[in-house]
Structure formats: structure tokens, C-alpha cells
Design a protein around this ligand. Structure first.
Ligand SMILES: NC(=O)c1ccc[n+]([C@@H]2O[C@H](COP(=O)([O-])OP(=O)(O)OC[C@H]3O[C@@H](n4cnc5c(N)ncnc54)[C@H](OP(=O)(O)O)[C@@H]3O)[C@@H](O)[C@H]2O)c1
Length: 307
């Protein structure tokens, strides 16, 4: 099969298209012919070596976590998915190739109303945004919740999920995204590097943070005593400190499989209730350009299309 190969840690220009043996589905796994694969920040963190300490790669490697396509083989023990099924899901690397293999538990049927390739935009961001709002901060009806990076791919799902719980949601964004944030139907929009605007926010019950670092840490001062902080890029030091002083419950999450929730959220996308914009689609052969485009801040998902 043809695949986008990372021979050594480096910038996007390091990626080359090569030919590798077809991977095979082991017990509990499926193999699929890739229709689409989407790029996530974790892919360029792995590509550059920035993530190598906690997720070392065996090089040369094929990156990619999100994939959609048609099942071509199932491993022993797989009952729910059959050859020929149109599926979308998460793999632990290897999505940027003609054939991808991953645990069947990470896959669900792609909604009938969605283009199969475009469905690859969804699995990781749908699950992460929902798990941030529903598990990390456990957003509740009537609560004031701030979602940071709200127009980002994970952020917009966290907004949707927190609103679905009946929370009053504030979208925290950079100034250039204010208009896009208003379209999320939120209670308010706040520019995160505008100290006066942040100070004017009401006291918050919870923060769903997709940005982290100093920006995420500064916001913790807005949480009420006993409030909740949830993050997807760790817990900032300031949140750790506030956790003790103000009895803040601070949690960082790693996305886990949840087929039922993934299917429901993907249906919400197919129905038009939740928008995950696609910034651009590239053929797999132009994967290096696609990765460069995504890494520079694409404002939406970047897709690779099967050959
Ligand atoms: N823990 C997990 O299991 C898990 C799973 C999935 C994703 N993640 C992480 O979650 C993060 C978000 O992923 P994503 O797919 O949503 O990325 P994304 O689509 O690029 O969204 C991130 C958003 O946050 C904005 N942003 C970044 N720094 C900001 C700041 N200081 N102030 C205001 N806005 C800021 C970005 O704006 P600009 O583009 O203008 O910078 C962008 O709109 C990534 O770091 C990713 O690695 C973690």
C-alpha cells in the first residue's frame, strides 16, 4: 500500500509518500480501505518529536489517529463490524495510508447522511469535546461554563455538549474568532487576552479548557470556590495551586473510546445540529503540504483523501 511515511522526527517537509506492506487485522481489530483521514494537533506534536517523551514512535512511522473508510478485513473476535461496512473511528497511528488497522472498539458506522471521507474529521474531536464537558467538568443545567478555544475543533464540541446539558456557556477565543464564536449560540463571547473582558465575566462554575498553559491558568481565578477545571492539555500550574486554595477540582483527560456517544454526536453533525468545519481536503500524496497547512492554524479540520 501507499502511505505517508515519517522517516525521522522533523517538520512537515520530512514526510514522504512510500510503499509499505499492507497491515493485517489482529484479534479484535479491523482493517479498512481509507476514504479519509484527518489531521489533529497530536499528529504534528508526534511528527516534530515534541511528544516523543510520552508517546515514542518507532521510526519510520505512519502517523494519523482519525480515519474513515470501508472495512476490508476483520480480526478474530470482531462481531459488530463486517467486511464492506462504512465506518469511522480512531486508530493508534497509521491513518495516513491506503489501509489502516485499529481496534474495532474504536469504530462505529459512519452516518448515512455524511460523505464517507468527511466523516474522518470527526472521531477524535467529537469524543474529546464531549468527554471534556460531560466527564472532566460534568457540566450541569444552569451552571456558568467557560469553554476556551471555543471555535477550535475540540472547543466547539465542548460548547455543544455543555449546552446540551443546559449550561450557560461562554466562548473564550482570540479576537479574530469573535464573529465565529457568536455563531455557536452561546450566552457570551470573551476575548481571552483581554484582561478587562475576562474580569467582567461572572463567577464560573466550571472551565472546559482546550488551550491550557498561561491562558488556561489565568482563568482559574474566575472559578467559584469548589468550582471545576477540566483540561485536554494537562492541568496548568496555576490551576494546581488554586485547586488547593479554592477547593477547585482540576482534571486533565485523555480521550477514550465510547461508540454510543460517538455515533450520537456524528448523527448531530449529519443533522446539521453541530458544525465541524472542514478547512481543506488534500490527496494523501500531498500529505506534507496538508500537515504544514494544518499546523499553521487551518481554522477547521484538514483532511487527507484516499488514493
Ligand atoms: N487530551 C486528549 O486526549 C486530547 C485529545 C484531542 C486533542 N487534544 C488537544 O486539544 C488541543 C485542541 O485541539 P483542537 O483539535 O481543538 O485544535 P484546534 O482546532 O487548533 O483548536 C485550538 C483553538 O484554540 C485556540 N487557541 C490556542 N491558544 C490560544 C490562546 N492562548 N488564547 C485563545 N485561543 C487559543 C486556537 O487558535 P489559533 O489556531 O489561532 O492558535 C484554536 O482556535 C490540542 O492541543 C490537542 O493536542 C487533547
Amino acid at each position: 500500500m501507499r502511505a505517508l511515511v515519517l522517516p525521522a522526527y522533523g517538520p512537515a517537509s520530512t514526510l514522504t509518500v512510500g510503499t509499505l506492506p499492507d497491515p493485517t487485522a489482529g484479534p479484535g481489530e479491523i482493517a479498512l480501505r481509507m476514504a479519509g483521514a484527518s489531521i489533529n494537533p497530536i499528529d504534528w506534536k508526534q511528527m516534530s518529536g515534541a511528544a516523543a517523551r510520552w508517546i515514542p514512535l518507532e521510526l519510520p512511522a505512519v502517523l494519523g489517529r482519525d480515519v474513515s473508510g470501508t472495512v476490508v478485513a476483520v480480526g478474530s473476535g470482531v462481531k459488530e463490524l463486517v467486511v464492506g461496512a462504512r465506518v469511522m473511528g480512531r486508530v493508534r497511528g497509521g491513518a495516513f495510508a491506503e489501509i489502516a488497522v485499529g481496534p474495532a472498539a474504536g469504530f462505529v458506522a459512519a452516518p448515512a447522511g455524511l460523505d464517507l471521507a468527511d466523516a474522518a474529521a470527526l472521531p477524535l474531536v467529537l469524543l474529546t469535546g464531549a468527554q471534556l464537558a460531560e466527564e472532566a467538568i460534568d457540566a450541569r443545567a444552569g451552571e456558568s461554563v467557560l469553554v476556551t478555544g471555543a471555535t477550535g475543533n475540540v472547543g466547539r464540541v465542548a460548547v455543544f455538549a455543555a449546552k446540551g446539558r443546559g449550561a450557560k456557556v461562554w466562548a473564550g477565543v482570540r479576537e479574530k474568532y469573535v464573529a465565529a464564536a457568536r455563531e455557536l449560540g452561546v450566552a457570551g463571547v470573551v476575548i481571552l487576552d483581554d484582561a478587562a473582558a475576562v474580569a467582567a465575566l461572572p463567577e464560573l462554575d466550571a472551565i472546559a479548557d482546550t488551550v491550557g498553559g498561561e491562558t488556561g491558568g489565568r482563568l482559574v481565578a474566575k472559578l467559584k470556590v469548589g468550582g471545576r477545571y477540566g483540561g485536554v492539555v494537562g492541568v496548568p500550574a496555576a490551576a494546581e495551586a488554586a485547586a488547593k486554595e479554592k477547593r477547585i477540582a482540576a482534571k486533565s483527560i485523555l480521550t477514550h473510546d465510547d461508540g454510543k456517544r460517538l455515533a450520537a454526536l456524528a448523527q448531530a453533525v449529519a443533522d446539521g445540529a453541530l458544525a465541524i468545519p472542514i478547512a481543506r481536503r488534500f490527496p494523501l500524496a500531498e500529505g506534507a503540504a496538508a500537515m504544514d497547512f494544518a499546523q499553521k492554524g487551518a481554522e477547521g479540520k484538514v483532511l487527507l483523501l484516499g488514493l
